[in-house]
Design a protein around this ligand. Structure first.
Ligand code: HEM
Ligand code: HEM
Length: 148
């Protein structure tokens, strides 16, 4: 297995963990927000783990960016849908999503009312997940599978 294949597999597999954690954070924040529940230690941990998994995915993605044959800096990149997607669109959309998660997490952390903490996570993480899902749909790769 090449180093490239290793990181591709890692990045591709880890996205499932990241997306499940983000989804769990969204669901529990919606329950907390609309159910007017307290902000528990369990809530805090899932929200933090979702943030950490997003940052880890960013780190793996950055490594992959410099070794992937799909990332090409050439004159024709912008005219080739596949090269453009992996060189420009994927990284932009995913970093935007991760920034939303990071801002949401830090904003929620600073708030004091349980309702505000839940609401901020619900809004920012949901927006981020939508961006991630749209980005994966545009990649023309399998949503759940992994390339080999
Ligand atoms: C390219 C790599 C990364 C970048 C650019 C990055 C960026 C950031 C930024 C800007 C914050 C600030 C959030 C705030 O102000 O509240 C942050 C927080 C954090 N990051 Fe990352 N990060 C990276 C990788 C990682 C990795 C690999 C991990 C863990 C495995 C990680 C875990 C965390 C944690 C735990 C926090 C603090 C959350 C809190 O406020 O409690 N990050 N990161
Ligand atoms: C939440 C964040 C992210 C998710 C969910 C995600 C998801 C994915 C998926 C599903 C693939 C296709 C894997 C396959 O075909 O098996 C992929 C590939 C890739 N991603 Fe990401 N990604 C994220 C963030 C990033 C970031 C921030 C970067 C760059 C800094 C990046 C760079 C890449 C590269 C270079 C490829 C490889 C294309 C190839 O060689 O086939 N990703 N990502």
């Amino acid at each position: 297995m090449t180093l490239y294949k290793f990181f591709l597999l890692l990045h591709s597999g880890f996205r499932h963990i990241a997306m499940v954690l983000i989804l769990m954070a969204i669901l529990q924040s919606l329950v907390g927000w609309f159910g007017k529940k307290a902000y528990t230690e369990g809530n805090r941990k899932i929200n933090l783990f979702a943030l950490i998994s997003a940052h880890t995915q960013l780190l793996i993605g950055l490594v992959l960016y410099f070794i992937s044959p799909f990332v090409v800096f050439a004159k024709g990149t912008m005219h080739d849908a596949q090269a453009r997607y992996w060189t420009v669109e994927h990284i932009s959309m995913m970093i935007f999503a991760i920034v939303l998660i990071t801002i949401g997490h830090s904003k929620s952390k600073k708030e004091t009312l349980p309702e505000s903490k839940h609401r901020t996570i619900a809004i920012f993480y949901t927006l981020a997940l939508i961006v991630v899902v749209v980005a994966i749909m545009q990649s023309k790769r399998a949503f759940f599978g992994m390339s080999n």
